[in-house]
Structure formats: C-alpha cells, structure tokens
Design a protein. Structure first.
Length: 396
C-alpha cells in the first residue's frame, strides 16, 4: 500500500472513536471483582450489562467514566446485595457526566444506595434501593443521592428504609423526580438547596414525612427554590422518626405530608394529601442558629392550591398536640404555618390553616396556635422543567 494511503488510514483511525461495546457481567463467583473491573474498563459509549441473579458484594462500586450506561435485567431480576459490605460507603458511586443507571436493585448498602456527585445529565431509571431489615437508625442515609449536578432525572425508582431520605436531590439544578415510590423512609423525597425542580406523579407513603423541600445554611450551594410539587399521592406517612440524632431530618414530625422550609418559590398543587397525622402541608422557617450571611431562613413565595385534602391533623406531633386536636374537634387544620415569613408571599387556597404564632428563632414551646388565613395573590406557576432530549431518550 502506498505511503500516502497508509498515512490517510492512520489519521482516519485516530479520528474515529472506538465502537461502543456491551460488557456483560453474570452473577456467580468473584462477582465483586468482575463487576468493578467492568466499570473500570468501560469507555464512553459503552454499556455495562449486569445479568439476572443475585450479586453478593463485599465492597462499594464506582464509575468515573462519562457517557456509560449501567443496566441490569430488571428491578426484580438483578439484585446487588451489600449485606456483607466491609466498608461504610455507598453501594455505587458515579462521578462521570451523561451516565444512565437503570433496571436493577441495590440492597443493604452500609452507606447510601446509589450516589452521583458532580455528574451532570445523570439518569436514574427503574431502580430499587431497599434496606431489608425495615426502618432502622443504622440503615444507610440516602437511597438515591444525586448531588452537585445540573440536569437530573429520577424516574420509576422505589426506595425503602433510608434513615435520612429515600430520594434525595441536593445542590442541583434542573431536576425532575417522577413516577417513583418512597416508603418507610424518614423523608420520602427531599429536594435540598436545589433550584428548579419538578416533583410529580410520585407516591410517598408510610414515611415519617412524605416530600420535603429544604434550604439549609453553610452549604456550597444555597438559595434553593422554584420547585413544583404536583400530581403526587402523599398519604399515610406514619412511620416513627428513626434518623440518627443530630440529623436535620430527625426534627421531622411523624405524620408530615409535604414540608417546605426556608425555600423561595414553591408550588404545591393537584396532589392527593391524606392520612398525615400532623399535617398535610407544613410551611416553616429554619430555626437553628447559623453563621451563613447569605442564608434566608424564611419561607417565601409558597402557594398551596388545587390539592385534594383528606383526613389530616388527627394526631399532631406538636407540644400539646393532643389537647390542640381536641380543641379543634378532633383534628387541627390540614395546613400548619409556623408563623414566620411575610404572609404577603404565602398563599393557601384549598384548606384551613393553623398558625403556630412563632416568630423567627422562637422555640416550638413558645407557640401560640390560632387559625390563620394566608391569602397572598396567586403566584404565577413557572414553566415546566425541560431536560436534554438525550436524557429523555435514555429513560424510555
């Protein structure tokens, strides 16, 4: 072959990416080393296909390559068990962009179930994360845990038994959590210090609190808000709080439906809210001391409208809650407002409201409960979150 032709062929081979591969890992002996080796060997565009069966793993797994799909044979067919995990880390850690994890289950991770950090355009699809011993303080903190990312999709996920939040999205932007189930966790679904989220078409049940929208101080990313919570079923959240002492969610009252704390721009609409013994909705400020000069601890621009409220407030976990419920004829109003923040930016149009009469920073014991009306003008609902088409395609 002439030298010029060889040169052209060589240049062409350098410019053409290697064909995407499917790396298959079957259940059986040495599953730990074979699966981690596959994740280390993966190149952009590859699929790591985990076969059906039970994988008994002794250490956490990690993936730091971009544009890789990790795919099992189904949520009920591919089981990654970390019951014998030696370390205390997550089951699977992802740090590459454009990664899809789907169609498998993670059980009994010593730490978080599946965590992604700094991974943009991450897709969690058709996954199950569970702790098989039921709700325990020693369970891992988070089931699904994307943090510090832009463009996050959680779709068709089930989480049971997390000692903090089943589905947790923290310090992220442009988020959709949909079609998922969270039960028997402390917090079912939590959006924390994140901007721009649609949380819809989910079931949050049998948790301590169903859906939490938080903003906390002294974190790298703050000013959370622009969150729409709509079309969810938030029912019968009645599990006693089992979070380790000192965790912020250890303060969540059993029987909380939706909790908004220190957020800016939250729309709660078209949800089915029922069976939540403390309240269907709570709107509160952050009350612990902090040293963050940029932090606003008050709720702002919060609207509750168009929801279906069932039974609520029948056993409120508040100081004097039993007497308070009796004073209201057996149940307090479905919405609790702690009394902080500017009422001109708070609107509740579909249920009665109980104000606790607590100024910012006051302890719960100082409450002066009384009926209230939050009648701010309607807050225009922002446009739907739109994710890149590649993410939606990967979730089909």
């Amino acid at each position: 072959m002439p030298m010029r032709s060889l040169l052209v062929l060589a240049l062409f081979s350098l410019a053409t990416p290697a064909a995407a591969r499917t790396i298959t890992v079957a259940a059986g002996a040495d599953a730990q080393s074979r699966l981690q080796e596959a994740l280390l060997d993966a190149k952009p565009g590859d699929v790591v296909r985990i076969g059906a069966g039970r994988f008994e793993l002794t250490d956490g797994l990690s993936l730091d390559v971009a544009n890789v799909t990790v795919r099992g044979a189904g949520q009920d067919k591919t089981i990654l068990s970390f019951k014998n995990q030696m370390g205390a880390g997550e089951g699977l850690l992802v740090t590459g962009d454009d990664v899809v994890v789907r169609d498998f289950a993670v059980e009994d991770a010593k730490g978080d179930g599946i965590k992604s950090k700094g991974a943009d355009r991450i897709v969690y699809k058709a996954l199950t994360v569970r702790w098989t011993g039921g709700p325990k303080e020693t369970n891992g903190a988070y089931g699904i845990y994307p943090v510090e990312s832009r463009d996050v999709l959680v779709d068709g996920v089930t989480v049971e038994g997390a000692s903090d939040a089943g589905i947790y999205v923290g310090q992220c932007e442009n988020i959709i959590v949909r079609n998922s189930t969270a039960r028997f966790n402390v917090a079912g679904i939590e959006i924390e210090n994140s901007r721009g989220a649609d949380v819809h078409s989910n079931l949050a049940t049998r948790n301590t609190g169903g859906i939490l929208i938080f903003d906390l101080p002294n974190l790298p990313k703050g000013n959370g808000g622009d969150v729409r919570v709509f079309g969810n079923r938030v029912i019968d959240n009645d599990t006693p709080n089992f979070a380790p002492k000192g965790n912020i969610v250890a303060q969540v009252r059993r029987g909380t439906g939706v909790l908004v704390m220190a957020n800016d721009g939250v729309w709660i609409a078209r949800n089915q809210l029922s069976g939540n013994a403390t309240a269907n909705v709570m709107i509160v400020s952050y009350r612990d001391k902090h040293t963050d000069p940029k932090y606003n601890p008050l709720p702002r621009r919060v609207q509750v409208a168009g929801n279906t409220h069932g039974r609520a407030g029948f056993a409120p976990q508040l100081p004097g809650g039993e007497q308070l419920a009796a004073a209201f004829g057996g149940a307090i109003p479905a919405v609790i407002w702690d009394g902080s923040g500017d009422p001109a930016g708070l609107r509740v149009a579909d249920a009665k409201v109980l104000s606790l009469g607590l100024p910012a920073g006051a302890p719960p014991e100082a409450a002066k409960p009384a009926p209230a009306e939050l009648t701010a003008p309607a807050i225009p609902e922002r446009a739907a979150i739109v994710l890149p088409a590649s993410m939606e395609a990967a979730a089909r």
